[in-house]
Design a protein around this ligand. Structure first.
Ligand SMILES: [Zn+2]
Length: 251
């Protein structure tokens, strides 16, 4: 157990950092499952749209085919009439009617063919989407299985760390603990920042390892002579010196 205030805070910081790390990993795991579920949901919507489109096209083709049948019957009736035409005038009028309907029929045949070709193309697309959904479903099952194991492992780890954290917090006096916790909350578990040293003595410069702003040498002088809580003037993190981390028990 640390015997100094800063030692105790650094130990607490170390556990806090591990907790934040495990929490982030847990979140990533849980997000992977939702992302895969969303992907499959989108594919299902796509499949539904393709099936609807195919149905619409088939209806159009069926309608055109029906029209064609009706018109072909008309043509055959007109042909019978043509054989029994009494005058040239009647004959040529019937012939004109037949030719007009035949021209329409050619268009109808074209429409039917085009719609049926579209239906065939859609059939392939639908099969592709279906097999995609099948493979993504398999992946989801795998992600779920792996995630369940990993999530259980991480949650057990988190539980252990929370107990460790309570122990480490026990070594920090209440007034300092509440400050630490407030800062940790703001910075995702990073309540403390090392003082970074730049240049050579005696013209050394100092910056906060949390926000990278310059620090007054007074902080360094104070920490070198006293065991006290000093905070960055800019970000408010609790400052410590690199050497303080050495010799701390591993957490
Ligand atoms: Zn800072």
């Amino acid at each position: 157990m640390a015997t100094t205030l800063l030692g105790a805070l650094l130990q607490l910081q170390s556990v806090e950092r591990q907790i934040a790390h495990v929490r982030r990993r847990l979140e990533t795991r849980k997000r992977a499952v939702t992302a895969q579920e969303r992907k499959i949901g989108e594919l299902r919507e796509q499949l539904e749209a393709q099936e609807q489109q195919s149905l619409d096209k088939r209806k159009l083709a069926d309608g055109a085919e029906l029209d064609l049948k009706v018109k072909e019957e008309q043509v055959s009736k007109l042909r019978t009439a043509l054989n029994t035409a009494k005058t040239n005038k009647e004959y040529s009028s019937l012939l004109t009617q037949i030719n007009t309907i035949k021209a329409d029929n050619a268009k109808l045949e074209e429409t039917t063919l085009r719609e049926m070709q579209d239906v065939d193309a859609l059939k392939e697309e639908i099969a592709r989407t279906r097999s995609l959904i099948e493979s993504e479903d398999k992946r989801l099952a795998e992600v779920n299985r792996n995630s369940a194991e990993e999530i259980a492992r991480l949650e057990a780890m988190l539980e252990g760390l929370v107990a460790k954290r309570a122990e480490a917090a026990g070594s920090v006096p209440d007034e300092f603990l509440s400050i630490f916790e407030r800062i940790a909350e703001n910075y995702d578990g990073e309540a403390m920042a090392v003082i970074e040293v730049h240049g050579k003595e005696p013209r050394q410069q100092y910056t906060c390892g949390g926000c990278y702003m310059s620090l007054n040498a007074e902080h360094v002088n104070a920490l070198n002579s006293r065991d006290e809580m000093r905070r960055c003037d800019n970000c408010g993190r609790i400052l410590y010196l690199e050497r303080m981390v050495e010799g701390l028990p591993a957490t």
